[in-house]
Design a protein around this ligand. Sequence first.
Ligand SMILES: Nc1ncnc2c1ncn2[C@@H]1O[C@H](COP(=O)(O)OP(=O)(O)OP(=O)(O)O)[C@@H](O)[C@H]1O
Ligand SMILES: [Mg+2]
Length: 247
Amino acid sequence: MADAPAPDEPEVLRLEGVRKSFGTSTPREVEVLHGIDLVLRRGEFCALIGPSGSGKSTMLNLIGLLDRPTAGTLFIEGRDTRDMDDASLTQLRGRSIGFVFQHHHLIGAFTAAENVMMPLLLYRNRPDVAMRRHAEALLDRVGLLPWKDSRVGNLSGGQQQRVAIARALAMSPALVLADEPTGNLDTRSADGVFDLLREMNQTSRTTFLIVTHDPRLAQRCDRIIEVVDGQIVADEAVLAPGRIGTA
Ligand SMILES: Nc1ncnc2c1ncn2[C@@H]1O[C@H](COP(=O)(O)OP(=O)(O)OP(=O)(O)O)[C@@H](O)[C@H]1O
Ligand SMILES: [Mg+2]
């Protein structure tokens, strides 16, 4: 594996025996994750694949601290999250985790720069010059500096997803979770967005966990984790991950 992180790279994420049920304490209780063990280290670029309904988004929601496991333990950057209250989880999420969703969840009426500044505003009350410069530098990295003052509602799907990536990186998170980030895009835009994720991974050593239904894109990751029926059934290194512009 070309750029595999050494085993001594710090752990960014650890799941031990993580289970998730919906409808607990009702007759309709159903367990959708059945004891997930997983470790991701700094700099890893991983695909999460599996059939529809296998539990990929449920897993991402737990890892992103948007929902809590029914059982098991989840560590983010070595911190046990089990006994954290909601305020602590929100703070940890804001500092350590970035999100890119299929539907970008940007605010259409705000400009690209304002959307990128959004996560920073959780920690400061109002935008300042440093924040704006930071947002502009991120938009530059994703190739959108000329559009910084455009309303995101007026941008193309691929451009919007690039803004979402810039926003995900605003807090320099250790881990970025992406749930079908290219699911809404045509092949060319999808390739561009995927290349960008890879570039961010390589330049910042950010760990990525990317849900995708596209085997071609999965093969461009360093590691492919496959979930079927709420269990990890395969977890393998990709020997020669496709490189930018080679797929
Ligand atoms: N809030 C919920 N309440 C009840 N069941 C849920 C809930 N969220 C998810 N599920 C169920 O959990 C299972 C896994 O769903 P999940 O969305 O994680 O699958 P997925 O692998 O992301 O699928 P897809 O590839 O279609 O996005 C499904 O059977 C789904 O119906
Ligand atoms: Mg899903």
